[in-house]
Design a protein around this ligand. Structure first.
Ligand code: ADP
Ligand code: MG
Length: 308
């Protein structure tokens, strides 16, 4: 099966009603944005063995490559619309591509994003780069830089699970519930859209809550007090690791793909079944002070960084 048959069989899907004037098959896709909407563009790359264990199931790689991008779209308060895919792999292993495409299309269908083009190449290892374009009312995208002194800091879902899942796996004792949080992140797309007009700033948590909150605070030129006992921790995480490890995963674990945002308490939109937890306050002093039941505790950030 050559490259073009592969694309035709595994990547071309119907895209009715999604603003796609011309999809896969030409030199470029033609997309029709709605008037009075800004476009929000994001891209994220997954390298086998760097961003996920090389033995990860193809379906999970496909699914994850979409949802980690959707998490950035969610953090901007945008609606996902179109995506392109650059895929490098060592050989055209059809079984792998079939599984990968299933996962990718499952995530795309779940969150309403159309695959409109891409590029397929051979390379030494699997490298998946997904680019998503979303839209939001003109001027309304939520930025990192809008947090105000006195705002409350919120986080969605629970934090630390994905990193703990990965560690449980490397330790040879994989915890299913925690691993599922790594393999199938749940981007908060609907809630992100509902935050437009009420959140003053937002970021999605990919590198760890502490480090990502630091980026938001830095962009807003403010600081924060974090109340560590308020961090939302899952029962699974608590049951597998001791209190110190739980704290390390929750603050610096990464791969959560939850939203961290700031807002006035009175402006918090209804989140339905989604857990949204107040974890601290925005302050004038430009650093993060961590407290536990009122007492200040030191926390050195161990958030994951590339090239260090
Ligand atoms: P070109 O050589 O003009 O860049 P290609 O031959 O690489 O075009 O691709 C043919 C068509 O298939 C294009 O519309 C491209 O967007 C699409 N395409 C290629 N690879 C993928 C992929 N992995 N997923 C989705 N669409 C793809
Ligand atoms: Mg071309």
């Amino acid at each position: 099966m050559d490259e073009f048959e592969l694309i035709e069989k595994y990547f071309v899907r119907a895209n009715e009603g999604s603003g796609v004037a011309l999809g896969i098959g030409d030199d470029g896709a033609v997309l029709r944005p709605d008037p009075d909407r800004d476009l929000v563009a994001v891209v994220d790359t997954l390298v086998a063995g760097v961003h996920y264990p090389a033995a990860t199931d193809a379906y999970d790689v496909g699914y994850r490559s979409v949802v980690i991008n959707l998490s950035d779209i969610a953090a901007m308060g945008a609606r996902p619309r179109w995506m392109t895919l650059a895929l490098s792999m060592p050989s055209a292993d059809e079984e792998w591509v079939a599984g990968f495409a299933d996962g990718l299309h499952a995530a795309a269908a779940e969150y309403g994003v159309a695959l409109v083009g891409g590029d397929t190449t051979s390379g030494d290892q699997v490298v998946v780069s997904v680019q998503i374009t979303g839209d939001v009312a003109a001027g309304a995208a939520i930025r990192r830089g809008g947090a105000r002194v006195g705002d409350t800091i919120f986080v969605t879902g629970t934090v630390g699970d994905a990193a703990a899942g990965l560690e449980s796996m490397s330790a040879g004792n994989p915890n299913e519930a925690l691993m599922a949080r790594f393999l199938r992140p749940t981007p908060r797309v609907d809630y992100g859209m509902s935050l437009v007009g009420s959140a003053s700033a937002a970021i999605d948590i990919s590198d760890g809550l502490y480090g990502d909150l630091q980026k938001l605070l830095c962009a807003s030129a403010v600081g924060a007090i974090l109340e560590l006992e308020l961090l939302p921790i899952s029962a699974a995480l608590r049951s597998v690791f001791d209190a110190d490890a739980v704290r390390r995963f929750a603050l610096s674990g990464g791969d959560d793909y939850e939203l961290c945002f700031t807002a006035r308490d009175s402006e918090l939109p209804d989140s339905g079944d989604l857990r949204v937890t107040a974890i601290g306050k925005v302050t004038r002093e430009k650093d993060i002070v961590c407290r536990e039941h009122g007492a200040v505790v030191e926390y050195g950030n161990g958030g994951y960084r590339h090239f260090q």
